[in-house]
Design a protein around this ligand. Structure first.
Ligand code: FE
Ligand code: FE
Ligand code: FE
Length: 190
Protein backbone atom coordinates (compact mmCIF):
# COMPACT_ATOMS: atom_id res chain seq x y z
CA UNK A 1 0.00 0.00 0.00
CA UNK A 2 1.21 3.52 -0.76
CA UNK A 3 2.32 5.59 2.24
CA UNK A 4 2.06 9.06 0.76
CA UNK A 5 -0.62 10.88 -1.19
CA UNK A 6 1.85 11.22 -4.04
CA UNK A 7 2.38 7.44 -4.16
CA UNK A 8 -1.36 6.90 -3.97
CA UNK A 9 -1.83 9.34 -6.85
CA UNK A 10 0.71 7.54 -9.05
CA UNK A 11 -0.84 4.17 -8.18
CA UNK A 12 -4.29 5.37 -9.21
CA UNK A 13 -2.83 6.95 -12.34
CA UNK A 14 -1.43 3.55 -13.39
CA UNK A 15 -4.84 2.00 -12.78
CA UNK A 16 -6.71 4.45 -15.01
CA UNK A 17 -3.92 4.32 -17.61
CA UNK A 18 -4.57 0.58 -17.86
CA UNK A 19 -8.35 1.10 -17.86
CA UNK A 20 -8.24 3.65 -20.72
CA UNK A 21 -6.21 1.26 -22.88
CA UNK A 22 -8.78 -1.47 -22.28
CA UNK A 23 -11.57 0.97 -23.22
CA UNK A 24 -9.92 1.73 -26.57
CA UNK A 25 -10.12 -1.99 -27.37
CA UNK A 26 -13.75 -2.30 -26.22
CA UNK A 27 -15.26 0.80 -27.89
CA UNK A 28 -14.91 -0.44 -31.50
CA UNK A 29 -16.75 -3.64 -30.49
CA UNK A 30 -19.48 -1.60 -28.80
CA UNK A 31 -19.81 0.58 -31.92
CA UNK A 32 -20.06 -2.50 -34.12
CA UNK A 33 -22.75 -4.00 -31.88
CA UNK A 34 -24.82 -0.80 -31.63
CA UNK A 35 -27.83 -0.36 -33.91
CA UNK A 36 -28.68 3.33 -33.59
CA UNK A 37 -26.48 5.53 -35.77
CA UNK A 38 -26.40 8.07 -32.98
CA UNK A 39 -25.04 5.47 -30.57
CA UNK A 40 -22.50 4.23 -33.11
CA UNK A 41 -21.26 7.84 -33.48
CA UNK A 42 -21.17 8.33 -29.72
CA UNK A 43 -18.93 5.28 -29.29
CA UNK A 44 -16.71 6.26 -32.23
CA UNK A 45 -16.33 9.83 -31.00
CA UNK A 46 -15.50 8.64 -27.52
CA UNK A 47 -12.80 6.36 -28.94
CA UNK A 48 -11.07 9.43 -30.40
CA UNK A 49 -11.44 11.23 -27.06
CA UNK A 50 -10.12 8.23 -25.17
CA UNK A 51 -6.96 8.12 -27.30
CA UNK A 52 -6.41 11.79 -26.43
CA UNK A 53 -7.08 11.02 -22.74
CA UNK A 54 -4.28 8.43 -22.85
CA UNK A 55 -1.90 11.07 -24.22
CA UNK A 56 -3.04 13.43 -21.45
CA UNK A 57 -2.32 10.77 -18.83
CA UNK A 58 1.19 10.41 -20.26
CA UNK A 59 1.65 14.15 -19.72
CA UNK A 60 0.48 13.77 -16.13
CA UNK A 61 2.99 10.93 -15.57
CA UNK A 62 5.66 13.22 -16.98
CA UNK A 63 4.75 16.10 -14.69
CA UNK A 64 5.20 13.67 -11.77
CA UNK A 65 8.58 12.49 -13.18
CA UNK A 66 7.18 9.01 -13.63
CA UNK A 67 7.18 6.85 -16.74
CA UNK A 68 3.73 5.72 -17.91
CA UNK A 69 3.07 2.24 -16.53
CA UNK A 70 -0.14 0.20 -16.50
CA UNK A 71 -1.45 -1.55 -13.44
CA UNK A 72 -4.33 -3.94 -14.16
CA UNK A 73 -7.63 -2.28 -13.35
CA UNK A 74 -9.70 -5.24 -12.17
CA UNK A 75 -12.85 -3.15 -12.06
CA UNK A 76 -12.52 -2.23 -15.75
CA UNK A 77 -11.80 -5.85 -16.65
CA UNK A 78 -15.11 -6.77 -14.99
CA UNK A 79 -17.12 -3.87 -16.43
CA UNK A 80 -15.90 -4.63 -19.93
CA UNK A 81 -16.65 -8.33 -19.46
CA UNK A 82 -20.25 -7.33 -18.77
CA UNK A 83 -20.23 -5.27 -21.98
CA UNK A 84 -18.89 -8.24 -23.93
CA UNK A 85 -21.64 -10.45 -22.49
CA UNK A 86 -24.26 -8.05 -23.84
CA UNK A 87 -22.62 -8.21 -27.28
CA UNK A 88 -22.46 -12.01 -27.17
CA UNK A 89 -26.02 -12.48 -25.96
CA UNK A 90 -27.70 -10.05 -28.37
CA UNK A 91 -31.52 -10.29 -28.27
CA UNK A 92 -34.23 -9.70 -30.88
CA UNK A 93 -34.92 -6.02 -30.21
CA UNK A 94 -32.24 -3.61 -31.50
CA UNK A 95 -33.54 -0.85 -29.21
CA UNK A 96 -33.37 -3.06 -26.13
CA UNK A 97 -29.87 -4.21 -27.11
CA UNK A 98 -28.81 -0.56 -27.49
CA UNK A 99 -30.33 0.32 -24.10
CA UNK A 100 -28.31 -2.51 -22.60
CA UNK A 101 -25.09 -1.36 -24.32
CA UNK A 102 -25.68 2.18 -23.06
CA UNK A 103 -26.10 0.93 -19.49
CA UNK A 104 -22.80 -0.94 -19.73
CA UNK A 105 -21.07 2.11 -21.22
CA UNK A 106 -22.44 4.44 -18.55
CA UNK A 107 -21.09 2.17 -15.81
CA UNK A 108 -17.67 2.56 -17.41
CA UNK A 109 -18.04 6.36 -17.58
CA UNK A 110 -19.07 6.53 -13.92
CA UNK A 111 -16.05 4.50 -12.85
CA UNK A 112 -13.85 6.85 -14.85
CA UNK A 113 -15.55 9.93 -13.38
CA UNK A 114 -14.93 8.63 -9.85
CA UNK A 115 -11.28 7.96 -10.63
CA UNK A 116 -10.60 11.26 -12.40
CA UNK A 117 -12.43 13.15 -9.66
CA UNK A 118 -10.15 11.63 -7.00
CA UNK A 119 -7.02 12.17 -9.10
CA UNK A 120 -7.94 15.80 -9.77
CA UNK A 121 -8.56 16.46 -6.09
CA UNK A 122 -5.30 14.79 -5.05
CA UNK A 123 -3.38 16.75 -7.70
CA UNK A 124 -4.88 19.93 -6.22
CA UNK A 125 -3.77 18.89 -2.74
CA UNK A 126 -0.28 18.15 -4.09
CA UNK A 127 -0.12 21.57 -5.78
CA UNK A 128 0.32 20.03 -9.25
CA UNK A 129 -1.54 22.65 -11.27
CA UNK A 130 -0.77 21.27 -14.74
CA UNK A 131 -2.00 17.82 -13.70
CA UNK A 132 -5.17 19.39 -12.27
CA UNK A 133 -5.84 21.10 -15.59
CA UNK A 134 -5.31 17.93 -17.65
CA UNK A 135 -7.34 15.70 -15.32
CA UNK A 136 -10.20 18.20 -15.17
CA UNK A 137 -10.32 18.27 -18.97
CA UNK A 138 -10.74 14.49 -19.09
CA UNK A 139 -13.22 14.49 -16.21
CA UNK A 140 -15.35 16.97 -18.16
CA UNK A 141 -15.20 14.76 -21.26
CA UNK A 142 -16.29 11.68 -19.33
CA UNK A 143 -19.16 13.68 -17.82
CA UNK A 144 -20.26 14.95 -21.25
CA UNK A 145 -20.12 11.41 -22.65
CA UNK A 146 -22.27 10.13 -19.80
CA UNK A 147 -24.80 12.90 -20.39
CA UNK A 148 -24.89 12.24 -24.13
CA UNK A 149 -25.48 8.53 -23.50
CA UNK A 150 -28.36 9.40 -21.16
CA UNK A 151 -29.93 11.48 -23.91
CA UNK A 152 -29.58 8.73 -26.49
CA UNK A 153 -31.00 6.24 -23.98
CA UNK A 154 -34.06 8.42 -23.46
CA UNK A 155 -35.02 8.26 -27.11
CA UNK A 156 -34.22 4.55 -27.33
CA UNK A 157 -35.99 3.42 -24.19
CA UNK A 158 -39.28 4.74 -25.55
CA UNK A 159 -38.75 2.64 -28.63
CA UNK A 160 -37.91 -0.40 -26.56
CA UNK A 161 -41.04 -0.01 -24.44
CA UNK A 162 -43.24 0.57 -27.48
CA UNK A 163 -41.86 -2.42 -29.28
CA UNK A 164 -43.31 -4.88 -26.80
CA UNK A 165 -41.61 -7.87 -28.36
CA UNK A 166 -43.24 -7.43 -31.77
CA UNK A 167 -41.20 -8.03 -34.86
CA UNK A 168 -42.31 -4.84 -36.61
CA UNK A 169 -39.60 -2.19 -36.66
CA UNK A 170 -40.23 0.49 -34.05
CA UNK A 171 -41.34 4.01 -34.95
CA UNK A 172 -38.49 6.15 -36.14
CA UNK A 173 -37.35 8.40 -33.34
CA UNK A 174 -35.66 11.55 -34.61
CA UNK A 175 -32.17 12.14 -33.28
CA UNK A 176 -31.85 14.57 -30.44
CA UNK A 177 -28.88 16.25 -32.00
CA UNK A 178 -29.03 17.95 -35.37
CA UNK A 179 -28.11 16.40 -38.64
CA UNK A 180 -29.05 12.84 -37.90
CA UNK A 181 -32.84 12.90 -37.91
CA UNK A 182 -34.94 10.42 -39.79
CA UNK A 183 -32.57 7.58 -39.07
CA UNK A 184 -34.18 4.18 -39.38
CA UNK A 185 -34.27 1.96 -36.35
CA UNK A 186 -34.00 -1.13 -38.48
CA UNK A 187 -31.01 -3.32 -38.01
CA UNK A 188 -28.02 -2.32 -40.00
CA UNK A 189 -26.33 -5.00 -42.01
CA UNK A 190 -23.07 -6.04 -40.42
FE1 FE B 1 -11.74 7.77 -20.54
FE1 FE C 1 -9.30 0.39 -11.12
FE1 FE D 1 -14.88 7.49 -21.01
Amino acid sequence: MPDTLRELFVDELKDIYDAEHRITKALPKMAKAADSEELVSAFEEHLTETEEQIRRLEEVFESFDESPVKKTCKAMVGLLEEGQEIINEEGESPAVNDASLIAAAQKVEHYEMATYGCLRTWAEMLGEDEAVRLLQMTLDEEGATDKNLSEIAQSLNVEAAEQGGEEEPAIVTPGRRGGNGGRSSQKRSR
